[in-house]
Ligand binder design. Structure first.
Ligand code: GLY
Ligand code: MN
Ligand code: MN
Length: 431
């Protein structure tokens, strides 16, 4: 039964959750777009990782009592009328029988039962500051537990974000299979859209084509709002207006990835609307591609997570000097951070249930080292907006190339290599 995966993950928390301590994780609440029109529920990622359970306003508490790990769920109550309108609810019995929790209660009993569950616990861990109003609730439950028995040791409140975050950082085989498929669906969507794009198309149409291609293969939702940026819009890093018409002479930067079985993919490609790069576009493109490839090569076990960052900065600095956009000694310019006017974001981020996934980047006071099972994006870019003080032939060019990289025992696998990033291959695909 698939739900065994989640039960095993809860049990493996024994390695991280100290004895006589509890971890509380809240699930997501239903969100409204406007008035009473709700979005489909997206379960909170850590809650999902440890339960597979997707009903709103749920909560779990996991207690290591020294002998074993007990997991207790609070879930929406069975309710005939609500189930007619909104669909099936597992209820507490379903949470035990189908989701393999040791105990389960209705979520309207949380305030009453939580102080009893926390009584005798030394520390309570939970993700501090992540959910509006939840910090106060944990304080209230902890104070109520403390006042139950004035002669016992009082309970410390600790941040539990890293505990689950660093578990999620190393993907297991089940997750890797899903993420490979998420990346494949997104890559195939790029191929389809790149073949059909033409001058005069609106950015919004391209966005919808991506959503359609994702949805055809099981990715109903994008992992984040797609960026579909024609021409200079590409220089706005989080451009999501997606409503301008594409000109034949434009490049288009698309940053889009599907969510598949709750897992994110995250791809960026930049390609010419006409199907053919101009000389200036190609020159900048080649610098970004060289940075992308050199940074990907640096993703391997034992290397610091900073290595791809520094390598990408150096390749971009050298490239900008060779094109005459920066002038000076590349080493000195790199030290001075001159590249930051053109490449102002980081090389990438962890990828998993969340697009900007949890997991630390530092460990024992130093940068973390790559380990097998981690998945990171590699996404260098160069952005030259028309307000910059450069030769006008470069103005309005914004290029990013983003791939999703799985760290393996011997190096890495590029999960998004199916969609071409090589300019000749892009031109051939679009012909
Ligand atoms: N798509 C968001 C990012 O690349 O970080
Ligand atoms: Mn990204
Ligand atoms: Mn992206």
């Amino acid at each position: 039964m698939e739900n065994n995966i989640y039960k095993k993950r809860r049990e493996s928390l024994k390695k991280y959750l100290p004895e006589n301590c509890a971890l509380i994780l809240p699930g997501a609440d239903l969100q409204y777009r406007n008035s009473d029109s709700s979005y489909a529920l997206r379960q909170e990622s850590s809650f999902y990782y440890l339960s597979g359970f997707c009903e709103p306003s749920s909560l779990m508490i996991i207690i290591n009592n020294g002998k074993e790990v007990n997991s207790i769920a609070f879930v929406p109550p069975k309710d005939k009328l609500k189930e007619i309108w909104d669909g099936y609810r597992a209820g507490p019995l379903g949470a035990i029988d189908d989701y393999l929790f040791d105990q389960a209660f209705e979520n309207n009993k949380i305030d009453e039962l939580m102080p009893e569950l926390l009584n005798g616990v030394k520390k309570v861990f939970y993700p501090i500051g992540k959910k509006s109003g939840f910090d106060q609730k944990v304080i209230d439950w902890t104070c109520a537990a403390n006042s139950k028995d004035r002669h016992s040791q009082s309970i410390d409140i600790m941040d539990g974000s890293s505990m689950v975050g660093n578990m999620r950082l190393i993907k297991d085989d089940h997750e890797i299979e899903i993420m490979k498929r998420a990346c494949e669906i997104s890559a195939e969507a790029y191929i389809e859209v790149m073949k059909s794009i033409k001058p005069g198309d609106n950015e919004q149409l391209i966005e919808n084509q991506f959503l359609y291609e994702f949805g055809k293969k099981g990715g109903r939702f994008p992992a984040y709002t797609p960026i579909v940026a024609g021409g200079e819009n590409a220089c706005v890093l989080h451009y999501i207006e997606n409503n301008k018409e594409l000109e034949g002479s434009d490049l288009i930067l698309v940053d889009a990835g599907c969510e598949y079985k709750m897992y994110a993919s995250d791809i960026t490609r930049t390609f010419p609307v006409s199907g053919k790069f101009s000389d200036e576009q190609l020159a900048i493109y080649k610098v970004v591609l060289a940075a992308n490839q050199a940074a990907i090569d640096a993703v391997k076990p034992g290397n610091s997570v900073m290595e791809p960052q520094v390598i990408s900065e150096k390749v971009i600095t050298k490239g900008l000097v060779e094109l005459g956009i920066l002038s000076g000694d590349p080493e000195e310019l790199h030290k001075d951070g001159a590249f930051k006017d053109f490449y102002m974001h980081k090389i990438g981020h962890w990828l998993g249930l969340d697009v900007h996934d949890v997991g630390d980047y530092m460990e024992d006071g130093d940068y973390m080292k790559f380990k097998p099972g981690m998945i990171t994006t590699i996404e260098p870019g160069i952005y030259i907006s028309s307000s910059m003080d450069v030769d006008k032939k470069w103005k309005g060019i914004g290029i990013r190339i983003e791939d999703d990289i799985l760290v393996t025992t011997s190096g890495n696998i590029n999960l998004t290599s199916k969609v071409p990033s090589n300019p000749e291959e892009i031109e051939a695909l679009m012909r």
